[in-house]
Design a protein around this ligand. Structure first.
Ligand code: HEC
Length: 145
C-alpha cells in the first residue's frame, strides 16, 4: 500500500516536470519565430541586390532590367529562356558561352548588342558570392568528461 502511494506521487511529479518542459518548449518556439526571421544567406542575389524591383518578364522569366528585350530577341530563338536564366556566370563566362555558340551552334554576330547583352547577363545572372552559410569560425572545442 505504502509503496503504491510513493509511486503515484512520483508519477504526479513527473507530469509536472513534463508540463513545465512543454511550456518552456512553446515559449522557446515563439521566441524563435519572432527573432529567427528568414535566414539572410538564403535570399537569392537578385532579390538582395534589389534587381527585382520591376519584377520578371511574364513570358520568358527574365529579370526586367536594361537590355532585357535585346537578350530576349537574340537568346530565345534557338532554345528556351530557362537555358539562359538557370545559369550564373561572370561577364567573361557569358562571353565565352556566346563565342562557343557562335563557333559551334550558328549563333550570329551580335554587333553592338553584344555589350548590351553581356552587361545585362553579368549584372542579373552573376555567380552567387556567398554560400548558404559562412563556415563556423573560432570554435572553442572542449573535451566531454
Ligand atoms: C543560333 C542558335 C542559338 C542562339 C541564337 C543562342 N543559342 Fe545558346 N545555345 C544554342 C545551342 C544549340 C545550345 C546547346 C543546347 C543544348 O545543349 O541543349 C545552347 C546553349 C546555351 C547555354 C548552355 C550552355 C551550357 O554550357 O550548358 C547557354 C547559357 C546559352 N546557350 C545562352 C545563350 C545566350 C545568352 C544567347 C543570346 C546571346 C543564346 N544562347 C543564343 C544555340 C543558340
Amino acid at each position: 500500500m505504502g509503496e503504491k502511494k510513493v509511486t503515484k506521487k512520483w508519477i504526479r511529479k513527473s507530469y509536472r516536470v513534463l508540463i513545465i518542459i512543454g511550456v518552456l518548449a512553446v515559449i522557446v518556439g515563439i521566441i524563435g519565430l519572432y527573432f529567427g526571421g528568414p535566414n539572410e544567406e538564403v535570399i537569392p542575389n537578385e532579390i538582395k541586390n534589389n534587381k527585382t524591383k520591376t519584377g520578371y518578364d511574364a513570358r520568358t522569366g527574365f529579370i526586367e532590367d536594361d537590355g532585357m528585350q535585346t537578350v530576349i530577341n537574340n537568346c530565345t530563338t534557338c532554345h528556351a529562356a530557362e537555358l539562359v536564366t538557370q545559369n550564373k556566370m561572370t561577364k567573361d563566362g557569358w562571353l565565352a558561352t556566346i563565342r562557343w555558340m557562335q563557333e559551334s551552334q550558328n549563333l550570329w554576330e551580335l554587333g553592338d548588342n553584344e555589350e548590351v547583352i553581356l552587361n545585362y547577363l553579368a549584372k542579373n545572372y552573376a555567380p552567387e558570392d556567398t554560400g548558404r552559410r559562412a563556415p563556423l569560425k573560432d570554435i572553442n572545442w572542449y573535451v566531454l568528461e
